[in-house]
Design a protein around this ligand. Structure first.
Ligand code: Z15
Length: 837
């Protein structure tokens, strides 16, 4: 039974005990110790939050122990290390995850119990670490979990923003943004390294000096800011390995003090010091709109410079010859955001280590790999004007890289200037700028796509020219998510059920074992327990919904969820239009037909970038529609619409396990991968989705009968867009499906109130205005059919449960462990380095 597997796992973990003991009594002693001496409360009276703080410190101590052992072991064995560079990490909460990965969950729960506390309640006291926007940032977090679990000698590097992603407040249906000052209540999961600091330089001039009879460029910087390291231990599951996520905070440099003496203006110099700290103050919430802001560039370089100084220092401690760099160091660029690293490594090797340009270039081309997360060509660009001022030497280096690259290209493809202009790292024109993607592709040995479909588009469209030049660089690394976070932490009921029926917990380290669930596909007891787990999760979610929005929902209803960032291409509008259509149908039905309808709870959640007007209108429309429908006594439980505010990692952990159906509606060819789809899949929630991004591979894995696929395929999208343009001049109402036109009219004409506030939103999908770039009109019919198929399947609960089981059984391939192993073997060329017990 289950107890047996837990007991076995416990034996395994207790072998790993270090200095600190993990039995409930020892844990309890340590918790009380931290209540008294860390939290400074009386051990006879402390509340849930204080219990959280004390337990967190108790766990932290154990993490530190393993973290030390791991790093001592790495130092001793000197393996090739991976440095994962990302400006965003969405870690969410740490307590449950740490306790589970350390294998001390039962002991902690028992220790708390004896003190009169409940683990779940205590764990909920923790706020999210939200140092990222969405998919890209949560992917980094899952990948760190997998790197630790698979024993890879890896470091994560990022920025310690004092304000994470804004908190979304809904006032009267409108999104408002509130700062997320997440450090207000302390952060027990980080260790401040006041002695690990580096100076990061900005501005200044470039001068030429004579060095050994040769002319050499030197950068004379104008300003210095100090970077301080904050280490965040990342424990692996079923291993002692605990790797490090090092985040940098900006502090004023002690050099500033000199100015005070020089100018005598003490007060102003102290005030100016504060400016330095603004660099790492706040995360940009724009999620893929690149605005070319100076502060953002400062953040990027601050991050890159501190990380590379740290990495080079470590390399030089262990090695003397830079020829060894490619054998010992892999630098991974998570999107283009950290790609200034390329110029920075060149500067370090050429200007500081005096290796000579060609040798340095040769090394640089062997150490970088790059993952892009977007389908669009129009990527990140840095205005030359900004660089010239802030990083003059880097701009020169970028020009030189580009000059050499274009010279090489001229030899390869001839003087085809229009092609050369497309390849160029420097974009000429009104706003001269550096194309960061081109830079990353030219200098990386590997360019990764995040799904098969994504890679295909990179090769044939987005980076077609580069693919022609370097076909061997382009590789597919389909994304994955961690089953530890997305089943074990967030869905304990399902975790226990899976372990019971598989007879092992080994799937927590080896997700392919989930396929074993297929052996019980027709077992009635299994079905019963499966449905029970879902029911309990739905109850939790229903309570949350009622608390957040006051809407009471029926547990018999199908819980239909779309949660993700709000974007036109993700088509939340299609969902809302579908809901309005459903409402119209219900209104037109007689009593008899209504009795046969599957009741629905439509749940939508997600943040809009603060400057993204259309996305904000979508949120408002959602509330307006909810208000109308939820208050229509004619409809009752048959249809409820709920917007879940402030969607984040911990809300996801609650919502995803409680969903019956989840929607992934991006117009085919727009979602690079998608990872939400995988999280729902792992939780036995059926997908209603377009054949986009990684969903194509989910279809491949579980078969199209086990989810609801709809809409134009990638190859059809292009044709339809062209057709749409040729129809552009005259509005052709006849070509607009009737139902769609009706829904559109209702919204535009104020059926849901707010006069013509929604007019501009409607115009995005109307011919002759926004031209319906994302093809809502032509996909609407197919969308409704898929929705009808979902309704039909839900009536047959046996069939639904089978589909649900097959979803989880097929989710093993979408574990981030698979992704990371693939990266390790074929891109980074690193090997596991397992710290002995
Ligand atoms: C982001 O979250 C993603 C791509 C971006 O270009 C930016 Cl700036 C943020 C997402 C993709 O949209 C999503 O399809 C993918 O699954 C995710 O990155 C992780 O690769």
């Amino acid at each position: 039974g289950l107890g047996e597997h837990r007991a076995k796992a416990e034996r395994m973990f207790s072998l790993m005990d270090g200095f600190l003991k993990n039995d409930p009594i020892s844990l309890q002693k340590d918790i009380l110790h931290h209540v008294e001496y860390t939290v400074a409360r009386s051990r006879f009276s402390f509340d849930d939050f204080e219990a959280y703080q004390a337990l967190a410190h108790t766990v932290r101590d154990r993490l530190i122990e393993r973290w030390h052992d791991t790093h001592i072991y790495f130092k001793r064995t000197k393996p090739k290390r991976l440095y994962f560079l990302s400006l965003e990490f969405l870690m969410g909460r740490s307590l449950s995850n740490s306790v589970i990965n350390l294998g001390i969950e039962d002991q902690c729960a028992e220790a708390l119990n004896q003190l009169g506390f409940e683990f779940e309640v205590v764990a909920e006291q923790e706020g999210d670490a939200a140092l990222g926007n969405g998919g890209l940032a949560r992917l980094s977090a899952c990948q760190m979990d997998s790197l630790a679990t698979l024993d890879y000698p890896a470091w994560g590097y990022g920025l310690r923003y004092e304000y994470g992603l804004f908190r979304q407040i809904i006032v009267d249906g409108f999104q408002h943004e509130k700062p997320d000052y997440w450090l207000n209540f302390g952060n027990p999961w980080e260790i401040e390294r006041i002695h690990v600091t580096y100076e990061v330089k900005f501005y200044g001039t470039v001068e030429e000096v004579e060095m050994n009879g040769e002319k050499q460029k030197v950068w004379i910087p104008g300003e210095t800011v100090e970077a301080v390291a904050y280490d965040n231990p990342i424990p692996g599951y079923g291993t002692r390995n605990t790797i490090n996520l090092r985040l940098w905070a900006a502090k004023p440099s002690s050099k500033f003090d000199l100015e005070a003496y020089n100018t005598g203006d003490y007060i102003n110099s102290v005030v100016n010091r504060q400016n330095a700290e603004t660099i790492s103050n706040v995360l940009y919430p724009d999620d893929r709109s690149h605005q070319g802001k100076e502060l953002r560039l400062e953040q990027q370089y601050f991050f890159v410079s501190a990380s590379l100084q740290d990495i080079m220092r470590r390399f030089k401690e262990e090695h003397t010859n830079f020829d060894e760099l490619p054998e010992k160091v892999a630098l991974h660029l998570n999107d283009t955001h950290p790609s200034l690293s390329i110029a920075e490594v060149m500067r370090m090797l050429v200007d500081e280590e005096h290796l000579g340009w060609h040798k340095a270039w040769d090394i640089v081309c062997k150490i970088f790999s790059f993952t892009t997360h977007t389908m669009v060509t129009d990527g990140e660009k840095i205005p030359v004007e900004l660089l010239e001022n802030l990083l003059p030497r880097h701009l020169e280096i970028l020009y030189e890289i580009n000059f050499n690259f274009l010279e090489e290209m001229k030899k390869r493809i001839g003087l085809d200037y229009s092609r050369l202009a497309l390849l160029s790292i420097v974009e000429e024109g009104a706003m001269k700028s550096i194309r960061m993607a081109n830079l990353a592709i030219v200098c990386s040995h590997t360019v990764n796509g995040v799904s098969k479909l994504h890679l295909e588009k990179l090769k044939t469209k987005t980076f077609k020219d580069f693919y022609g030049l370097y076909p061997e660089k382009f590789q597919c690394k389909t994304n994955g998510v961690s089953q530890r976070r997305w089943i074990v932490v967030s869905n304990p009921g399902l975790r226990d059920l899976i372990s019971k029926w598989l007879g092992t917990e080994a799937w927590i380290r080896d997700a392919d074992l989930l396929s074993g669930l297929r052996d019980h596909l027709d077992n009635a007891d299994f079905h019963l327990e499966w449905k029970m787990v879902k029911k309990v999760n739905k109850m939790r979610l229903a309570e949350y919904i009622e608390a957040m929005s006051g809407v009471k929902v029926s547990l018999d209803a199908m819980f239909d969820v779309q949660v993700k960032r709000i974007h036109e291409y993700k088509r939340q509008l299609l969902n809302i239009f579908g809901i309005i259509h459903r409402y119209n149908c219900l209104k037109n039905m007689d009593k008899d037909s209504r009795r046969k309808v599957v009741p629905r709870v439509c749940i939508i959640g997600g943040k809009a970038a603060p400057g993204y007007e259309i996305a904000k209108k979508i949120i408002k429309l959602c509330h307006a529609v909810a208000e109308k429908i939820n208050n229509d006594t004619d409809i009752g439980d048959l249809l409820k619409v709920v917007f879940i505010p402030d969607y984040n990692v911990s809300v996801a952990e609650l919502v995803i396990p409680g969903a019956d159906l989840s929607q992934h509606l991006s117009t085919a060819g727009n979602e690079a991968s998608g990872t939400g789809n995988m999280k729902f899949l792992m939780n036995g929630c059926l997908l209603l989705a377009t054949a986009d991004g990684s969903t194509v591979e989910i279809i491949e894995e579980i078969g199209e009968d086990n989810l609801f696929v709809f809409g134009a395929k990638v190859h059809e999208v292009e044709k339809r867009r062209q057709k749409r343009l040729s129809n552009l001049a005259p509005l052709q109402p006849a070509k607009v499906p009737l139902h769609f036109a009706r829904v559109l009219r209702m919204v535009r004409d104020g059926y849901f109130g707010h006069n013509d506030y929604f007019k501009s939103l409607c115009e995005t999908v109307e011919f002759g205005f926004g031209n319906d770039y994302y093809l809502l009109t032509s996909d609407f019919g197919s969308y409704l059919e898929a929705q009808a198929a979902a309704d039909k399947a839900f009536v047959n609960q046996d069939k639904w449960t089978r589909m649900s089981i097959l979803s989880v059984a097929g989710s093993g391939r979408f574990s981030s462990d698979r992704t990371i192993q693939d990266y390790a073997e074929s891109t980074w060329k690193i090997s596991p380095c397992r710290c002995p017990l």
